[in-house]
Design a protein around this ligand. Structure first.
Ligand code: G3I
Length: 355
């Protein structure tokens, strides 16, 4: 064999056996993987999670069994929000959130606390109250530190500030921004860190997954926080998307990489993929297949970035998705159907995670 051909053969053999640093993709054997997701993901150094709603966990045995089998991190979808945990001034109600945390602990799952500061899910005493800047700072500090302290030994990841940036890149004019000012963001992270120095603290937002005006603004916000020494650990990219305009994977990777270059960890925190798009000519089968490809592409983007540590969906069965309540019509955005049958999207995630 000519020397040049031998060198070329050696090059391809070497390329087939090595993976780029930080790239968790590897050569795959021929066996057909079956799951569960948490086992496959753990082998790739990744957490795989879902949001959890309280009622089904209590009343639907299949919901609980599927949850325990497939996921190793859970995000309480609603029961840790301001309106659920402090419905009245200095009156804290943790019962339902405690149930979710206890379930997680019983099934060796981590809990991603959600969320401490947001412009939604606020009780009337906040939205209808009148506060000076100092009064509202005291209210917010007490809330953040009471909730984080209550879960100090059980929850070590928190969405501290949720959705603080508008689509145009400006700071959202929430009650927190309007009365306290933009410093509320730094303060919330500092207060949460004081309450639990071990917790990994995240900024979480939507429509900032790829490259664009809003993701540039989120990047600039977080870069400033890092430079000021604010105790921020990572960023959550929510990934509420649809088959008619999925983010470009190369843009998602570029955005994740620039955030990781700040020293931050990255997580996909709330993925769902709507398929009921008006005037979409594709059959249901074709839309479910494209949904599967979309889930797989975002998972591959996370696997390709060393700093991406978790892949979480906003629910796992179409039976309990939030989407119909939000958009006013049915949809099938998740990876199991409403009878807990795995959809093409589930199989695509298994295939993507397979060793
Ligand atoms: O619990 C009450 C119930 O007692 C009452 O009868 C019923 C009728 O009004 O409302 C119930 O509360 C609802 C709650 O979900 C629990 O089902 C709220 O009205 C409803 O607004 C709330 O919607 C949630 C929404 O956040 C607002 O908090 C969705 O389920 C939840 O999926 C959604 O999740 C957000 C993330 O937290 C942040 N990122 C975006 C994502 C989607 O909007």
């Amino acid at each position: 064999m000519k020397k040049s051909a031998l060198v070329l053969l050696l090059f391809y053999l070497l390329a087939a056996c090595t993976s780029a640093p930080g790239d968790k993709s590897q050569v795959k054997p021929t066996t057909v993987p079956t799951g569960p997701l948490r086992q496959l993901a753990q082998q790739r150094g990744l957490l795989v999670g879902t949001s959890v709603v309280y009622q089904p966990l209590r009343r639907d045995a299949t919901y609980a069994a599927t949850l325990a089998r497939e996921f190793d991190v859970i995000t309480p979808e609603n029961v840790m929000k301001f309106d659920a945990t402090e419905p009245f001034p200095d009156t804290y109600t943790f019962g339902q959130a405690d149930t979710l945390v206890q379930f997680a602990q019983a099934h060796q799952m981590q809990v991603h606390g959600h969320n401490l500061v947001w412009h939604q899910a606020l009780p009337d005493w906040i939205t209808q109250g009148t506060f000076t800047r100092d009064q509202l700072m005291t209210v917010l500090k007490n809330h953040v530190q009471s909730v984080v302290s209550h879960y100090k030994d059980q929850v070590n990841m928190w969405d501290v500030v949720n959705e603080g940036v508008n689509e145009d890149g400006s700071l959202r004019q929430s009650i927190w921004e309007r009365i306290i000012g933009s410093k509320y963001i730094d303060l919330a992270f500092q207060w949460a860190h004081e309450a639990n120095p071990r917790a990994h603290l995240f900024y979480n937002d939507y429509d900032a997954e790829g490259m664009g005006v809003k993701s540039d603004a989120v990047y600039k916000l977080l870069k400033g926080m890092v430079e000021r020494g604010i105790p921020i650990y990572g960023v959550g990219l929510q990934m509420h998307i649809s088959i008619d305009r999925p983010p470009v994977p190369s843009d998602v990777i570029a955005n994740m990489q620039r955030l990781a270059a700040l020293g931050l960890k990255v997580q996909v925190t709330e993925m769902d993929v709507q398929i009921e798009i008006q005037a979409d000519p594709r059959s249901l089968t074709e839309r479910l297949e494209f949904q599967a490809q979309t889930y797989s592409a975002i998972l591959r983007s996370c696997l390709a970035v060393k700093g991406c540590e978790s892949f979480t969906m906003w629910g796992f069965t179409d039976r309990y998705t939030w989407i119909p309540q939000a958009v006013g019509h049915p949809d099938q955005p998740l990876i199991f159907d409403e009878n807990y049958r795995p959809k093409p999207a589930y199989k695509a995630l298994v295939q993507t995670l397979a060793p």
